[in-house]
Design a protein around this ligand. Structure first.
Ligand code: PEP
Length: 250
């Protein structure tokens, strides 16, 4: 049985002080809740402050990206070991904003997923089609290409631990979520592909989240689908009481 993961992607929001006050309000609001894993993914600059505040709680620390090299002349980048040193457990890889605004290719995403596993981090691999791709009937082809490219070279035991976030790009930050039926269908497609490539055990263990305008008042629809294992949440994760309500509703 898979435990759903509700992960907060704060994107480029929250200073260290703002991140601290979020955690101080959020932890009491979710204390004792069971049935879902929870992760907070602050900006890099707040990881060192948030990590110790989460210690001893059921809420895990995540990062929003990493670089695939361990060290070197890569100005501005963050190595996997720099994240693990701070207690980071999850790392978002291949978010559509990285792919579209910063030119991340399938090959770079693959290298980042591999680097995360090398360092014991759990990647949250984001995949999803653009609106024009959906309208052209290419959702299945795009998502399959992204998944297959990112998982090339992985072992079945790694895929079993992976998290995939299916995030249709047109649903991110738009207030226009996919229907649970559409999201569930794509998540099933991904799981079927994983089963064909890595076997039944990997397919049963892999968690597949939905992301894209998830809110406290629609999360329950996604949570009911047996192939959707939680959510990656952007805008609705920025307010501690609002995000706690969303986690409760999941
Ligand atoms: C995201 O950025 O991954 C996301 C899903 O954002 P939002 O919840 O704001 O659509």
């Amino acid at each position: 049985m898979r435990t759903p993961l509700i992960a907060a992607n704060w994107k480029m929001h929250k200073t260290v002080a703002e991140a601290r006050s979020f955690v101080e309000a959020f932890l009491p609001a979710v204390r004792g809740l069971e049935g879902a894993d929870i992760a907070l993914c602050p900006p890099f600059t707040a990881l060192a402050a948030v990590g110790p505040l989460l210690a001893g709680s059921a809420v895990a620390l995540g990062a929003q990206d990493l670089y695939h090299e361990d060290r070197g002349a890569f100005t501005g980048e963050i190595a996997p070991g720099m994240l693990t040193e701070l207690g980071v457990r999850y790392v978002i890889v291949g978010h559509s904003e990285r792919r579209t605004l910063f030119g991340e290719t399938d090959e770079l995403v693959r290298a980042k997923v591999a680097a995360a596993f090398r360092h014991g981090l759990t990647p949250i691999l984001c995949v999803g089609e653009q609106l024009a791709e959906r309208e052209a009937g290419r959702t299945e082809a795009v998502v399959t290409r992204q998944v297959e490219a990112a998982l090339t070279g992985l072992e079945a035991a790694q895929v079993e631990r992976l998290v995939i976030a299916y995030e249709p790009v047109w649903a991110i930050g738009t207030g226009r979520a996919a229907t649970a039926a559409d999201a569930g269908a794509v998540c099933r497609l991904i799981r079927d592909r994983i089963r064909a490539a890595f076997g039944d055990r990997a397919a049963r263990g892999l968690r597949i989240q939905y992301g894209g305008s998830v809110k406290a008042d629609n999360i329950a629809d996604f949570a009911r689908d047996p192939d959707i294992d939680g959510a990656l949440v952007g805008g609705a994760s920025l307010d501690p009481q609002g995000f706690a309500a969303l986690v409760r509703a999941a």
